[in-house]
Design a protein around this ligand. Structure first.
Ligand code: MEV
Length: 320
């Protein structure tokens, strides 16, 4: 019955950036995320025998995946189950230009691309509920108790305003803005950072609750700034959000140095993005040429990699 399958199918997903609200989103506060056009592709190819898997992280039989990939394994196994297909007869190849563990949503994006690829291969329609159920399995393994924003953001082609108990709503960006992403090169640990905030909240509930409320206010104002096209105000809010994240203890000296360097280069605002404790920063530029200048300064300051893009197009117009 091989005619029921394709010879080859692909699933795609993109990266994401949290603009404001990471960490507080875990406590059912809002956050804003936008698509970031780094891509991951999962290719499913017909191949008799046991399922084999190739990616930057692992090459071999699917069932022998290392412990840190067990969430992905569970997600793939369940996808086959929901497609009502035996777990055999394919090779899975994952290629990605999303750096791993940098707060850019690589784990959610790989699970999303894989699920899309598997469903495509078996000619099966994929509902959003099924997609989020499956990606949620991988994410729970990777991050403990994720808010769900990463998987929503990597599956959305538009900016989202997200709350854990309400879900994601798409919203319109009235004026394009220019963002620089700079990678410290240091792998962050989202699970560790989330646990750190949780423990701090247990120790100092009043202090942490107040910071959470302040970030909530920043997120609401940031949404209004985006809707009004007020980039200057948005920049101020990004930097303010970073100060609060610093107070929560999830920044680190290199992230802070990159942020100072972006601000010294005239960025409208800058902050860490994602879980922190390593990973990436984002900075907001006045326009395209300015973004490239800020990116070059960040590179001089030691960023391992920089990207500039505008939310108005799918294109990364500068990278180094
Ligand atoms: C990670 O990209 C975002 C965090 O808020 C964790 C989560 O929402 O699950 C740090």
């Amino acid at each position: 019955m091989n005619w029921l399958y394709r010879n080859e199918a692909v699933g795609l997903a993109h990266s994401k950036l949290i603009l404001v609200g990471e960490h507080v989103v875990v406590y059912d506060k809002p956050a804003i995320a936008i698509p970031f056009p780094l891509k991951i592709i999962a290719k499913i190819t017909n191949q008799p025998g046991e399922i084999t898997f190739t990616s930057d992280l692992y090459h071999g039989n699917l069932n022998d995946m290392p412990a840190n990939m067990q969430g992905l394994l569970e997600c793939i196994n369940r996808a086959f189950e929901l497609c009502q297909k035996p777990r055999e007869g394919v090779h899975i190849e994952v290629t990605s230009n999303i750096p791993i563990g940098r707060g850019l949503g690589s784990s959610a994006a790989s699970a999303t691309a894989l699920v899309r690829g598997i469903y495509h291969y078996f000619h099966k329609d994929l509902s959003l509920e099924e997609l989020f159920h499956l990606v949620g399995l991988a994410e729970t393994y990777a991050h403990g108790k994720p808010s769900g924003i990463d998987m929503m953001a990597v599956a959305s082609d538009a900016p989202i305003y997200y709350r854990k108990t309400i879900g994601a709503s798409l919203f319109h960006v009235s004026k394009p803005f220019h963002i620089i992403v700079a990678d410290t090169g240091k792998v962050g640990d989202t699970k560790k950072a989330v646990n750190h905030v949780r423990e701090m909240k247990l120790r100092n509930p009043h202090v942490v609750d107040q910071i959470i409320d302040e970030i909530e206010e920043i997120v609401r104002k940031a949404k209004a700034s985006i809707l009004e096209g007020d980039t200057k105000q948005l920049g101020i809010l990004l930097t303010r959000n970073h100060e609060k994240l610093k107070n929560l203890g999830v920044s680190d000296p290199f992230l802070d140095r990159l942020i100072t360097s972006a601000l010294n280069a005239g960025a409208l605002g800058a902050k860490l993005t994602g879980g922190g404790m390593g990973g990436c920063i984002i900075a907001l530029a006045k326009q395209k040429e300015h973004a490239v200048n800020v990116a070059k300064e960040l590179k001089k300051c030691g960023a391992k990699k920089v990207w500039c893009f505008s939310n108005a197009s799918e294109e990364i117009y500068f990278t180094e």
